[in-house]
Design a protein around this ligand. Sequence first.
Ligand SMILES: Nc1ncnc2c1ncn2[C@@H]1O[C@H](COP(=O)(O)OP(=O)(O)O)[C@@H](O)[C@H]1O
Ligand SMILES: [Mg+2]
Length: 365
Amino acid sequence: MHDDQYSDRDPLAAAEEHHLRSLTVAEADGDERAVEAALRPRSLDEVVGQQRVRDQLGLVLEAARRRERCPDHVLLSGPPGLGKTTLAMIIAHEMSVPLRLTSGPAITHAGDLAAILSGLNEGDVLFIDEIHRMSRPAEEMLYMAMEDFRVDVVIGKGPGATAIPLEIPPFTLVGATTRAGLLPGPLRDRFGFTAQLEFYDPRDLDTIVHRSADLLGVELTSEGSAQIAFRSRGTPRIANRLLRRVRDYAQVRAGGVVTLAVAEAALELYEVDDLGLDRLDRGVIDVLCRRFGGGPVGVSTLAVAVGEERETVEEVAEPFLVRIGFLARTPRGRVATPAAWAHLGLTPPPGAVGDERALFETDPG
Ligand SMILES: Nc1ncnc2c1ncn2[C@@H]1O[C@H](COP(=O)(O)OP(=O)(O)O)[C@@H](O)[C@H]1O
Ligand SMILES: [Mg+2]
């Protein structure tokens, strides 16, 4: 029985094993989706933080309501876990229309998209997650649909092929992407409003942790909450996830209440360090400093060295490492900053990019 090896173990250790992977990715999976659905704000008023996006989007929606028209197409961009899917759902909710949900990777042929578009009713919100991963032909069909509410469906192949124009009822496209830079210009230009989501500050995350704790019935002190907020890498999804793991710890090993001491002990157990860096983040700077002397090194090489997909390193780890000033993207590759070396407790070798002494040397070139 393969469970035997765990039978005499601390239940929390087993839970840790199970959750380790999900703690280090900002993407949601499986069970987590259900919990997230319960924690998602339903209206713009319930959204915490992102004040600018909230104001702008609120205006776009209100204007559309007054004109009794569909709102302009909306592009939401930003790292995983910042609220793109949440906002897409809110847009539909605020307009009191259904949300149709699909994703770029699911649309492999233009025909897939044609089928989705022709099934829309007037005013629907069509949400395409990971829109930068749609196939080229589908993308071209989408330009036309966004602009003219019409597509050409090609029937047959070769010289005998004919294009049949298909009218589509006016709809609002909401696209989400972790990489707005990867979207072709013509597609980007067809969005009337682009919201760039930013990492949240600890104060907003603290509010989110309190809100989620209320919804989940978790008892926590303000220091406990602040600690979770501070270590959430600026990301609501991670804040909610850490809250649930800390709650597990509180229930199994402490009296059930999330205090500062409980939060600290639990986060240490889950290898979330005092800045909120998780295994992947630390792996990236560790490899960068120890194996590549602080860089510069190409992102693909870095990804292979940490055993992750290039996209994961680029879209999940890097934005946060750049934001806290641990990593710089240069034309020659990724570079560790002095702060990153210090965080690992290392001294950069003389001449390394992270070596502060190098900053005072005059460049002979
Ligand atoms: N502004 C916010 N206020 C409160 N909770 C939020 C906010 N943004 C995101 N969340 C929470 O974080 C989780 C992840 O958000 P989601 O919209 O799925 O992120 P994304 O689609 O950008 O990866 C949601 O379950 C939601 O509960
Ligand atoms: Mg999402």
